[in-house]
Design a protein around this ligand. Structure first.
Ligand SMILES: [Mg+2]
Ligand SMILES: [Zn+2]
Length: 202
């Protein structure tokens, strides 16, 4: 069986953008806004070299909301793949949930099993790529990522040292195994775990 490092995309691999209309961070909707975060090439290369599958699992409701089309998502995938290749790194698979409960596109207005915090994307990847979930990791910058990873039985890291990661009343189902300031640091901790180093908290 394979082991995987599951990666959220926006805020982990590429920079999320602040949307002033919705007062929240959102995915970039123009290719020129698609910017890899520092250290991402090196981090993905390390995942490749350690023998894990590098698998993106990401909610991308932009098509459902009418903010972009399928061709744009494909263009982003191509751009991401090319930029990683320049740094001798590769993704083994990219899984997107395209659904949204308020989708303007009716075909995507589904209360699906794959939109994180549900674990559907990870479970599907596990089936299709023969992944041992208990030996795998989920790295994400949102508690939804952590919840999905824990529900799938993976070890989890919340990647963004600037964010509060424990809030009063928060359920155990959202508590990451560890936190890291960025993807590279999270992957270095995986290397440490693999090599039998004692756990460090960040
Ligand atoms: Mg994210
Ligand atoms: Zn879905």
């Amino acid at each position: 069986m394979n082991r995987a490092v599951f990666l959220d995309r926006d805020g982990v691999i590429n920079a999320a953008l602040y949307d002033p209309l919705e007062s929240k961070l959102d995915t970039p909707y123009r290719l020129e806004d698609f910017r890899l975060l520092p250290g991402v090439g090196q981090a993905v290369r390390a995942i490749n070299e350690m023998g894990f599958l590098a698998v993106v699992v990401s909610n991308q409701p932009g098509v459902a909301k009418g903010k972009c089309d399928h061709a744009f998502l494909e263009a982003v995938n191509a751009e991401l793949t090319a930029r990683l290749a320049r740094q001798r790194a590769h993704l083994d698979a990219i899984y997107y949930c395209l659904h949204h409960p308020d989708a303007v596109d009716e075909s995507l207005r589904i209360d699906c099993e794959c939109r994180k915090p549900k674990p559907g994307l990870l479970l599907r990847a596990a089936r299709e790529l023969d992944i041992d979930l208990a030996g795998s990791f989920m790295l994400g910058d949102s508690l939804k990522d952590i919840e999905a990873g824990l529900a799938a039985g993976c070890q989890t890291s919340l990647v963004d040292g600037h964010r509060a990661h424990s809030r009063p009343g928060e359920a155990a189902r959202m508590q990451p195994h560890w936190t890291a300031p960025n993807l590279l640091a999270a992957v270095e901790t995986i290397r440490c775990i693999e090599e039998g180093c004692p756990w460090r908290s960040s």
